[in-house]
Design a binder for this molecule. Structure first.
Ligand code: SF4
Length: 317
């Protein structure tokens, strides 16, 4: 039995990597320490429903703030990922278990207990499954909607790279409100940062979502501070707009352990503002660009703004 708390067992493929000293965080990266009654309540509901969260597995810095508002991002299909991205803290390897048929119901139940108006559901990559888990995503979306008809649903999916392209339709036809898939970084850094993925495949996936159902909102994000330059970030924005992506998130990369990809630099808050301004200029409906931005950070409030922005654009506000 693997001990996923032990870094060497959690990331066996990273044991041979060189040690990258983690630099001290600058003053502008300040987070609320986890704790408090509401935080514990969120934790309890996750445990009772036997759910995994990306908040914990990825070591998200915002967990203190989000969980004290009952906002947890549930991660379906297990806690072991079949990819080995060099930025990510989720355990890697071959999952030993199949999919849990009770999981969609447990997610739906947790959404009800947390009284969520907006839920974000993500997953590990499951390259071992023929449909990459697309069917399980669809079942989970439907279970949440049945039990919580007023709750809006945002999904953050893998890229379904090795699957038949038609599996994407399974997910889109379940009609999540927001379809998010992160590009994570600029194309030039893919071989180092996201070696198992393909930049243009991910971009095309998001474009196809819009082609299948233009009413869905699409969202994608990148991390900065991995070694990209500013021109490459602007070029990613252009690619995203060409794929008709509505919502862009940009956040600072934070290195989970010394064996992960090194932090190239801490991007200053002013630069995040410049990215935000440029992105709005390029036509995104919604942009979140701050050091602590993560895909699901403030996702409920941002969804309301996103919807309003579309109504305004259509002249229906
Ligand atoms: S930003 Fe997202 S992943 Fe991080 S704690 Fe909040 S909900 Fe969880």
């Amino acid at each position: 039995m693997r001990n996923l708390k032990d870094p060497a067992q959690r990331h066996p493929e990273k044991t041979h990597r060189k040690v990258n000293i983690q630099p001290r965080k600058p003053d502008w990266i300040r987070v609320k320490a986890p704790g408090g009654i509401a935080y514990e309540q969120t934790r309890k509901i996750m445990r009772e429903n036997q759910l995994v969260t990306v908040c914990e597995e990825a070591g998200c810095p915002n967990v203190g703030e989000c969980w004290s508002h009952g906002h947890a991002t549930m991660m379906i299909m297990g806690d072991v990922c079949t990819r080995a991205c060099t930025f990510c803290n989720i355990a890697t390897g071959k999952p030993l278990e199949g999919l849990n048929p009770f999981e969609p119901g447990r997610v739906a139940d947790a959404v009800l207990k947390l009284n969520l108006k907006h839920v974000v559901i993500t997953s590990v990559d499951r390259d071992d499954l023929e449909d990459g888990g697309a069917g399980h995503f669809a079942t989970t979306i439907r279970a949440v909607r049945r039990r919580n008809p007023q709750t809006t649903i945002e999904i953050l999916t893998p890229d379904f790279l090795n699957c038949d392209p038609s599996v994407l339709e399974l997910v889109v036809e379940a009609r999540p409100d927001v379809f998010n898939h992160n590009l994570e970084t600029v194309p030039g850094l893919y071989p180092e940062v996201r070696p198992g993925a393909r930049y243009f495949h991910s971009l095309r996936l998001l474009q196809r979502v819009k082609e299948i159902d233009p009413s869905l909102f699409t969202k994608s994000g990148i991390m900065v501070g991995l070694g990209e330059d500013r021109q490459a970030v602007f070029a990613v924005m252009d690619d995203m707009r060409a794929a008709d992506i509505d919502f862009l998130t940009i956040g600072q990369y934070l290195q989970p352990t010394p064996k992960h990809h090194h932090i190239d630099r801490f991007v200053e808050p002013e630069e995040f503002e410049q990215y935000k301004k440029a992105a709005y200029g390029k036509g995104f409906l919604m942009v979140s660009s701050t050091p602590l931005t993560r895909s699901s950070y403030h996702a409920g409030d941002d969804f309301a703004k996103l919807r309003n922005a579309r109504m305004l654009k259509l002249g229906r506000a």
